[in-house]
Design a protein around this ligand. Structure first.
Ligand code: ATP
Ligand code: MG
Length: 321
């Protein structure tokens, strides 16, 4: 478990007209999947690398679990923080197993423990250990190499994982499955993840916290639903395509829509005749159920209990911004 806090963090590359990171402040709670979204050159990679001190800062401070990273040993810090870089960056002369084992070996784990860990991790990223352990990176597809990169970053059970456009070079299907695996891994390990992308769909589907970055500063921070429904600036609205109704339907969940609405609406029908959907279901999926069953409303269930009833009009109004 680890929280990350940026306080007025600034990075100015020598000779640059303006800072690449210009005084950003943000607290990322432990076990949060935060996504940095912004156009090329806005400072995402630079900011990510300040956390493990691969990038020195020129102002402000960064805390992990409340401790200023300036006072920590950078090498020890980097071993605790998994890092998946923009280009996969596997060692070409090492096998898959040797690549994954780099940090555990540095940490001096015994070979039995390293070997078991490698197999577990390969299985977790859907690579069969038997057939992949002893291959070299050049004998893998791009998507398989990225999976190995993720397994390697996870090897020493880091409490923080930095992922810089980790799925950049794979097709849409592999990308979707890697996204699912990332979410599952995050839920299972409780790691705090800072994930960089300039793919809006990816950002919206992964983020607990979405951070929109522009020219070295944070334009807006919030949940995907908050940002889609209340974009703070025209730049944000355009970037996330907030006017796309289908996109809002896909991202906003029943729970988010009904949280603010009145509870305990009396039910005229027998509850059994109204479809019951979990609060985590998207409005888009709820709409599909309404259209299929002809039901004008759905029951929104939270932890198995009815939290609200949602009708078509409320749903329609939510989609109009
Ligand atoms: N080592 C460096 N020296 C000087 N300027 C740099 C250096 N690295 C990056 N920059 C500049 O800092 C700015 C931010 O770069 P950064 O790599 O952080 O952007 P990014 O948001 O990750 O972009 P992308 O989406 O293309 O990866 C850019 O203008 C870039 O040209
Ligand atoms: Mg980058």
């Amino acid at each position: 478990m680890a929280s990350i806090r940026f306080a007025g963090v600034r990075v100015a590359y020598p000779g640059a007209a303006r800072p690449a990171v210009d005084g950003v402040t943000l607290a990322i709670p432990s076990a949060c999947l935060a996504v940095l979204l912004g156009p090329s050159g806005c400072g995402k990679t630079t900011l990510l690398r300040t956390i493990n001190r691969l990038q020195p800062i020129d102002g402000g401070r960064i805390e992990i679990d409340g401790r200023d990273t300036a006072g920590l040993d950078p090498i020890a810090l980097r071993r605790r923080i998994g890092y998946v870089i923009q280009a996969v960056g596997l060692f070409p002369h090492l096998t898959v197993a040797q690549n994954v084992a780099v940090v555990p070996n540095l940490l001096g784990w015994d070979s039995q423990r390293v070997s078991e860990r490698v197999d577990t991790l390969l299985a977790q990223v859907s690579l069969d250990p038997q057939s992949f352990r002893d291959r070299y990176p050049s004998q893998l597809s791009g998507g398989q190499q990225q999976r190995v990169g993720i397994a390697r970053a996870l090897a020493a059970e880091p409490s923080i994982l930095l992922m810089d456009e980790p799925f950049g070079s794979v097709d849409a299907i592999v990308r979707a499955s890697l996204q699912k695996e990332t979410l599952a891994l995050q839920r299972r390990t409780g790691a705090t993840i800072l994930f960089v992308t300039h793919d809006v769909e990816e950002a919206l589907s992964l983020a607990d916290m979405l951070v929109v970055m522009r020219d070295g500063h944070f334009e807006q921070t919030g949940t995907p639903a908050e940002i889609l429904t209340h974009p703070a600036t025209p730049f944000v609205a355009e970037l996330v395509d907030a006017d796309d109704a289908l996109r809002r339907l896909s991202v906003i969940t029943l729970g988010e829509l009904t949280a603010s609405a009145a509870r305990g609406t009396p039910l005229p029908e027998e509850p059994g005749t109204i479809p019951a959907l979990d609060a985590g279901v998207s409005l888009r999926a709820a709409l599909a159920v309404m259209l299929e069953t002809g039901a004008p409303r759905v029951r929104v269930m939270h932890d198995g209990r009815e939290a609200a009833v949602l009708d078509l009009d409320t749903l329609r109004n939510a989609v109009r911004r």
